[in-house]
Design a binder for this molecule. Sequence first.
Ligand code: HEC
Ligand code: HEC
Ligand code: HEC
Ligand code: HEC
Length: 300
Amino acid sequence: MDIKNVLFAFAGVSMAVVFGILSYNGANPEWHDYQRPYYKMLAQKMNDPALANAPLKIEQVWLPTVNNRADRCMTCHKGIGNPLFKDAPQPYTTHPDFFDEEGKPTGYILRHPFEKFGCTVCHEGEGQALSVEATHGDVHHLDRELLTGVFAQSSCSKCHQNLYSRNASLPEAPTLMAGKELFRTKGCGACHTARQMRTKGTAGPELSGFGSKTELSFYLVHIFEHVEGDHTKLQWEWEHFKDPGKITPGTIMPNFRLTDEEADQLTTLVSSFKDETKESIPMKFLSSYPFDAEVVAVRD
Ligand code: HEC
Ligand code: HEC
Ligand code: HEC
Ligand code: HEC
């Protein structure tokens, strides 16, 4: 056979393969693999086999009012607002603090309906993405990493700005509140200015807008050489709390011998120090809860 023909045939086959893959991916995007099992489970739970074949579609919450993002997280997290999915595996599990034992919505999540608030206002991450890799995989964002577990509590301060005043407490965010307490008892304010805590120390960097820094802006001015875990802002902070001198050799910040839990608490706290101009949450989404009789001007 002529070598040209072989090449031609080969090119033809490769094209066919490429087109095949493209159309397969188009017809079978990753999120389908998460939605189909959801409807199967739903059909079982509702005892209605027809539900298993419900049409698959992208779920999107468009939030021009909260943070100008479109969240599609619910495309995979289908059971997030359904008490029947309390014991289902991720990504189908019902949101924590939403329903009581009987499945009645009682928790504070009720006050932040997903259709209005979406997810990324509390969890950050890439709201547009439709793959696990891009939402919470190894792909790191130059903007904001997804917040999981207790770290999501660092977002409450975007709207509940009174929570820092001395008499106020947001008990629904216990890790954040414990961090606030630690900041006082450890005397962090002696070295750090934090508008929220009304401290004016100057030996260390100002922390007032620390929680609004993007991954990229953080990455450019911090040394990650000694960080053992993921190279993300949160991980840097956490390891720095555990051993400041290891992460920033020669720093004067003392090693407070914090437990892992205390490091979680302080990481959540410093990440909660937001620069309101960068968050730009509209007034109607701000809350005066927790109400503080002393009414402290946090923004002075
Ligand atoms: C393509 C499907 C998909 C999309 C889109 C998606 N998730 Fe997930 N999510 C998953 C899967 C699967 C898991 C469980 C496995 C894992 O942690 O990777 C999960 C787990 C989670 C967890 C728990 C992680 C943990 O460590 O316990 C959180 C929180 C979460 N997702 C939030 C979000 C948010 C917020 C968005 C939108 C920005 C989002 N997800 C978009 C599929 C998805
Ligand atoms: C009002 C803020 C808020 C909103 C809005 C919100 N979450 Fe959460 N979410 C949290 C907090 C806080 C936690 C962690 C609770 C804890 O463990 O302390 C959490 C926990 C979770 C978990 C359990 C795993 C984990 O990381 O602890 C998943 C999954 C999750 N959220 C997904 C979502 C998705 C998907 C949406 C949008 C449909 C959403 N959340 C909207 C605050 C929020
Ligand atoms: C985007 C803004 C926003 C974020 C972020 C947010 N909240 Fe809220 N929250 C509100 C608004 C608005 C209300 C309802 C109006 C009100 O009660 O002032 C509310 C109500 C509440 C309530 C009920 C208050 C009452 O009057 O009983 C609790 C509790 C609460 N939020 C806790 C939290 C926690 C915990 C977080 C973080 C995990 C959080 N919120 C994050 C805006 C927000
Ligand atoms: C003796 C002064 C001192 C004390 C006390 C102190 N720090 Fe620091 N802190 C520093 C200095 C100096 C740096 C900058 C060098 C470094 O990275 O360690 C720093 C860095 C930080 C950073 C990283 C800030 C950035 O932009 O890189 C955070 C967050 C932080 N401190 C929080 C705290 C908290 C919370 C406490 C209380 C538990 C505390 N610090 C106590 C001096 C101090």
